[in-house]
Design a binder for this molecule. Sequence first.
Ligand SMILES: Cc1cc2nc3c(=O)[nH]c(=O)nc-3n(C[C@H](O)[C@H](O)[C@H](O)COP(=O)(O)O)c2cc1C
Length: 231
Amino acid sequence: MGGVVSPAMVSAVAEAGGIGLMPGSMGSAYARDFFRTMSETTNRPFGANIPVGFSEPGVVDTLLELGVRYVTTSTGPVPAFTTRLQTAGVPVLHVVTSLDDAKRAADAGVDGLIVEGAEGAGLRGDVAMMVLLPLVTSQVDLPVIAAGGHFRRCHHGRRLRPGRGGRADGHAHGRLGRVAVHENFKQAVVSAAETDTLLIDRHQRRPVRVLRTESTAPYEFATRARPSGPS
Ligand SMILES: Cc1cc2nc3c(=O)[nH]c(=O)nc-3n(C[C@H](O)[C@H](O)[C@H](O)COP(=O)(O)O)c2cc1C
């Protein structure tokens, strides 16, 4: 969640007993600053997410040097650097959006999976969590964290059992004061109904779930690339 996550947010997650993730996509210099700030606010462990499709290769060395405790990888196949992290004692969980992805990740030797349903925000696949999670947990023998659509309090805990490991949250953090997004966006997230999001960029095989706005709505069924990101 590059550009959105702050050390204050990751620190708050860590202090609450969760595993906060710093965005590895922001590069090595950012990682050094992030770790420095974290060391001033918490002793609790935290991790880093490396979106393999858009991260500088050297960030893995920096994270190892800084003593990262956990890594999640996403937006692509399991990267070759996974073994290097594991050899250094860093567990690697890979984000998957289909059963095939999950089987490939298991064959590649990851320590666990983050199973991301189509309900989640940001980049994702298009299989609903209710279909994807039981498929993966019944056919792949790895710890699983379920991600996508855990927004309301009534969901908390329910996914823990089928997820066999826990729950990952994304957009729900947009409601919190520590997230580096505009107040108008936080309010839009809070007031959104279940029908107020849509998937765009499906034709590019990298669908993104966004809030429905005047800017995003025309791209729901578009078959050509957007000229620029939605506002
Ligand atoms: C603004 C935003 C940015 C995100 N960026 C990333 C990212 O860089 N890497 C990644 O693996 N997931 C990313 N995600 C996905 C989240 O980590 C999380 O898995 C997802 O939001 C869970 O679904 P939820 O939003 O319904 O809680 C992002 C989500 C949001 C809302």
